[in-house]
Design a protein around this ligand. Structure first.
Ligand code: DX5
Ligand code: ZN
Length: 218
């Protein structure tokens, strides 16, 4: 059974409380919170105070995706704000194991993310240290972009490595994921589908969540 993680970036911030309540009512598994610094990515989103607000609004697992040039400077702030998993990019930390240890020592799950222009070799050797691999299927910075097909090669390679070694690492796919490509993303080996535009723009959010949750990797 796949999990759905709506990206709150796709929500209407003027009605943030209602949007979070609607995601909860739809039975989502995680909430995905995109943090952008205007440096690692060409956009700025929100910081720990909004994460704290969301944590107060919902009991759902908070998956915090740090698109930051110096993510480790903010681990503590996001942990205190209520993050359950903190993900940072291999592009800024090609040797990421010590940072995964830092997060684990704080009692937080550790995630590693990789952009679409890197091959699986950038992340596969590190999977043993991480609870989550977040494969980007768009170049990060903005919601609503089109899915980049070649990211599925990274998903497949990571899936094989995780299964061969009996690791517990989950694979999430982030960017341009929607109803029409959900099946193939899960078939490639994803456990978690991040959906911003698709979830918050859905006519029936609960129906979309159920559809994702019925998908099996096979
Ligand atoms: C991209 C973010 C994604 C994105 C997802 O910079 O990391 O989480 O907002 O949004 P959609 O599903 O609209 O591509
Ligand atoms: Zn994201």
């Amino acid at each position: 059974m796949a999990r759905i993680a709506p990206s709150v970036l796709g929500a209407d911030f003027a009605r943030l409380g209602e949007e979070i309540a609607s995601a909860d009512a739809a039975g989502v598994d995680w909430l995905h919170l995109d943090i952008m610094d205007g440096h690692f990515v060409p956009n700025i989103s929100f910081g720990p105070s909004i994460v704290k607000t969301i944590d107060k609004l919902s009991k759902t697992f908070l998956d915090v995706h740090l698109m930051l040039s110096e993510p480790e400077r903010y681990f503590e702030a996001f942990a205190k704000a209520g993050a359950d998993c903190i993900t940072f990019h291999v592009e800024v930390h090609p040797e990421p194991a010590p940072l995964a240890n830092q997060l684990h020592e704080m009692g937080i799950q550790a995630g590693l993310s990789v952009n679409p222009d890197r091959g699986p070799e950038a992340v596969v050797p590190h999977l043993k240290n991480f609870d989550l691999l977040l494969v980007m299927s768009v170049f990060p910075g903005f919601g609503g972009q089109s899915f980049i097909e070649s990211s599925l090669d990274t998903v497949r390679a990571a899936r094989d490595h995780i299964d061969e070694n009996n690791f517990k690492t989950l694979i999430a796919v982030d960017g341009g994921v929607e109803r029409s490509n959900a099946v193939k993303v899960v078939e490639a080996g994803a456990d978690v589908l991040v959906m911003g535009t698709a979830f918050f723009g859905a006519e029936d959010r609960a129906d979309l969540a159920r559809m994702v949750q019925k998908l099996e990797r096979g």
